[in-house]
Design a protein around this ligand. Structure first.
Ligand code: BMA
Length: 837
């Protein structure tokens, strides 16, 4: 008989504190059940999060009946499989304790047989209050955690800045206790599927696929692990499917736990990161049969034929740090990924698809799944495989010291790591396993102190256990102990520019000017970032009219970085004229954020091949908040995300200006595997749009390289016109197509002398039902953007510059059915001048 699986998802009953038996969805959590029942308000609205703190301080019980039919009870094995319990759970079956669990990231299986009867049964899962437990443990032994402080005045009390105390004691999503962009909503619940599994004879435990790439073929070796209960001959059949056709098959008898298959794929279609090639995927299907040829179990997984390695070798600057796909080095472009929801059950498949698609659309090829969140569900990695987004996967530790001295805690983590490596290792997109986020950035010292763990305690987990497990279970993926990590010389010397990866926070946290980025020559920038506010529509969703000033209590409540709003304004005074309204402040903060990250990324792309990667902090949000994200909680693209498409373009033209000498260096950066030939076109313009000088010349740029193609000097023009009235427009053109264009200024935008543009728009519906708008201007308009308070719109480009004589065609995708006329009135067009004029 084939293995049987029965989901116990759906409606359960929830009780806790004063609340008795309200309906609760599984998968789900306590907060969303209470919200559904009208017992708490939306924690994302105003400061309702604070009102809901009691939820994390309460024990909760989920329960439901279930039925076990007669033949199920006769199965050789009857198991309860929990794909995710958050977190401190005791499971009761018919009033008897089945098991206790302590790790949200583990998949647990328990023998159910001795606990159930034929017919009606019931299951209860009790969850301990996470906030209360965490606090107790912290009182027993202090463990440092950024964002939490010991209260100097009251022993045993803590000052909670952006986090609730003690989360580092629990194997639970760390940012559920709060973060410098996330709310403090420690929840509890059955957050993943829960099911009953019954089988006879045998089942498939897991498979492991190794690839060996040779000239024109890929050899696959597949390890099949089988759990065998009864003796008897078993057979396993393996089929590799591509484009719905079998391309290789093999059959074996299964005598032992482990059976190995060897197959060859001829003429392999190789998988490539986004921008470098296609993402063909093969399905590996394994079927297990008994001696009578009856199917017992089957499993399948999708793979991409590729090699994907982190390359570290001595070079003229120290030690390289870059990724190579199929032997081809590539520059990593992307962002850091945080959980896309604080209440994970609210996330839909569409939300995931949109975020991964949005990453690929702006020319990203890598996301880092950051260590303070969760190992994402399979769907996330499936989408990354499909869109060519390589995954830098952290293990779930971040910004705190951890109790590696506790053997029980280490043991549960070991099981977590084994389970997650086995679950994710076959994904084409998996590029790297990384131990943790930022522990080596000041949280470890030779000896344990109040604020550090010792290297010995740290090493136990990140230098011994984890590399050993990765080597055993996924030897074809590299392991990196921490982000950032300096592999050469003094390990305390994090952010060394000659080797390893770096987190550059001198701009923003360190209040250094944007120019600081250009002094950084690191090998790989895995974090750096700049905040902005979400757009007005998003802010309106969590505020009332009286909250709409960035200094109000509610606006500051939706800002978790220390003095975050002051930092935004600090830089704004440096770069821009003060905006005239609340809404303009929000928009301008987005332009500023985009400019900061563009400044950094263009510089780092110019340093290729010394620097081989930039992942900005951060792609997404888990609630509506001021943050470093480029896509807000509702999926709305901030200015940064639109700008990313340009500064991550496969071929980039950029200008490096020297305001003192009047020099502009023109640089071309090519991420493509093939050389690019085209024309560089430049114009020196007045702010009114008059062309003072111009030129064009043909040029070729080699694959995967960056070079300075020309330096121009505009000292005389600056003397004649002032820096405030000049700009240089650059473009790189190929067959009449502009592959990249850019604007160079000689002063801060606040000093630019810009006239008020009159922007003209002509709307048309194209044959696919999209709306196209052609935009022109009578004078130079900087950072032109379209937006809508009424409609959710997506634009093919936004926050662009427009010169008189140019026309820009933008496609507008509107989420709802709506006529051309309505769009016209609902989509105003603004530019920089409108933020202050
Ligand atoms: C980095 C990250 C996060 C944090 C961000 C902004 O250090 O690893 O912990 O949210 O900075 O401060």
């Amino acid at each position: 008989m084939m293995i049987q699986q029965f989901l116990l998802n759906g409606e359960w009953q929830l009780s806790g504190g004063e609340i008795d038996l309200i309906p609760a969805q599984v998968p789900g959590n306590v907060h969303t059940a209470l919200l559904q029942a009208g017992l708490i308000a939306d924690p994302y609205y105003r400061d309702q999060e604070v009102v809901a703190f009691w939820v994390g301080e309460t024990d909760w019980t989920f329960e439901r009946p279930f039925t076990i039919p007669h033949d199920l009870l006769k199965s050789d094995k009857l198991l309860l499989k929990c794909h995710g319990l958050d977190t401190l759970a005791t499971i009761w079956i018919n009033g008897r304790e089945l098991a206790q669990t302590d790790n949200m990231f583990r998949i647990y299986e328990f023998d159910l047989k001795p606990f159930v009867n034929e017919g009606k049964n019931d299951i209860k899962i009790q969850f301990k209050a996470p906030a209360t437990y965490a606090m107790q443990r912290l009182r027993e032994r202090y463990l440092h955690n950024w964002g939490v402080e010991k209260d100097p005045k009251r022993a045993g009390e803590f000052i909670s800045h952006h986090k609730l105390p003690g989360g580092n004691y629990l194997r639970k999503e760390q940012c559920n206790f709060g973060w410098d962009w996330g709310p403090k909503v420690p929840t509890a619940g059955i957050w993943q599927d829960i099911e009953i599994v019954a089988f006879n004879n045998a089942r498939i435990d897991d498979i492991y696929i190794r690839q060996v790439h040779k000239e024109g073929v890929v050899d696959l070796s597949v390890d099949l692990n089988v759990e065998k209960i009864t003796a008897g001959n078993l057979k396993a059949q393996l089929t590799v499917i591509f484009d719905d056709q079998p391309v290789a098959t093999a059959e074996q008898t299964v005598d032992e736990k482990l059976t190995q298959f060897h197959l060859t794929i001829e003429k392999p279609n190789l998988w490539w990161p986004n921008g470098l090639g296609e993402q063909p995927l093969y399905t590996v299907l394994v079927q297990l049969r008994d001696a009578q040829n009856q199917a017992l179990d089957q499993t399948s997984c999708r793979i991409g034929l590729r090699t994907l390695r982190l390359v570290r070798q001595p070079d003229e600057w120290g030690e390289s740090f870059h990724f190579e796909a199929n032997g081809v080095p590539f520059f990593s472009k992307g962002a850091n990924w945080i959980p896309a929801e604080s209440f994970l059950d609210w996330l839909t498949a569409d939300d995931y698809e949109r975020l991964i698609q949005d990453s690929a659309l702006v020319n990203m090829n890598m996301l880092r799944v950051w260590g303070g969140g969760i190992y994402e569900p399979d769907l996330f990695y499936d989408l990354c495989d499909e869109y060519g987004i390589c995954v830098w996967q952290d293990f779930m530790f971040g910004c705190a010291t951890y109790p590696t001295f506790d053997d029980e805690w280490m043991a549960t983590f070991e099981q977590e790591a084994i389970g997650q490596i086995q679950r994710l290792r076959h994904h084409a997109s998996l590029a790297l396993w990384c131990g943790n986020n930022e522990l080596e950035q000041g949280l470890v010292a030779p000896e344990e102190t109040e604020t550090t763990m010792s290297w010995a305690e740290y090493g136990r987990l990140f230098d011994q256990l984890l590399p050993k497990l990765v080597q055993q279970l996924d030897p074809q993926t590299d392991y990196w102990p921490s982000s950032p990590h300096t592999p050469i010389g003094d390990r305390h010397n994090f952010n060394d520019p000659t080797s390893g990866d770096a987190h550059i926070w001198n701009v923003w946290h360190g209040l250094e000017p944007f120019e600081f980025y250009r002094t950084c020559l690191h090998r790989f920038n895995s974090e750096f970032g700049f905040q902005s506010f979400p757009e007005p529509k998003t802010v309106y969703a969590y505020t009332e009219p009286q909250d709409r000033n960035i200094t109000t209590y509610v606006m500051e409540h939706h800002q978790r970085s220390d003095n975050g709003n002051s930092r935004i304004m600090h830089y704004m005074l440096d770069w821009f004229r003060l905006p005239t309204s609340f809404e303009n402040t929000l928009w301008l903060s987005q332009i500023q954020q985009g400019m900061a990250i563009k400044y950094a990324v263009e510089h780092w792309r110019r340093t290729m091949p010394r620097g081989m990667g930039t992942l900005y902090w951060q792609l997404n949000d888990c609630w509506p908040v001021a943050s470093w994200a480029s896509i807000d909680y509702y999926g709305r693209w901030k200015a940064l995300h639109y700008m990313a498409r340009h500064f991550f373009a496969p071929v980039l033209i950029s200008g490096l200006e020297d305001w003192d000498s009047g020099d502009v260096e023109i640089h071309l950066t090519n991420d493509q595997i093939v050389e690019q030939t085209g024309e560089v076109v430049w114009q020196l313009l007045t702010t009114a749009g008059a062309v003072l000088e111009n030129g064009r010349f043909p040029t070729t740029i080699s694959p995967i390289s960056s070079s300075q193609v020309l330096t121009l000097n505009f000292k005389e023009a600056i003397a004649a016109h002032t820096a405030r009235q000049l700009m240089v427009h650059l473009s790189f053109e190929q067959d009449d197509q502009i592959l990249s264009d850019n604007l160079v200024l000689f002063c801060r935008p606040k000093h630019l002398e810009l006239a008020v543009p009159s922007i003209h728009a002509v709307y048309e519906a194209d044959e696919d039902g999209f709306i196209e708008v052609t935009i022109t201007t009578d004078t130079t308009a900087i950072w032109v953007w379209l937006h809508s308070e009424q409609l959710d719109i997506r634009l093919s480009d936004n926050f662009f510059h427009l010169l008189p004589g140019q026309s820009k065609v933008i496609t507008i995708v509107v989420d709802e059915e709506i006529g051309l006329e309505e769009v016209k009135t609902a989509v105003p067009i603004q530019s920089l001048v409108d933020t202050f004029a």
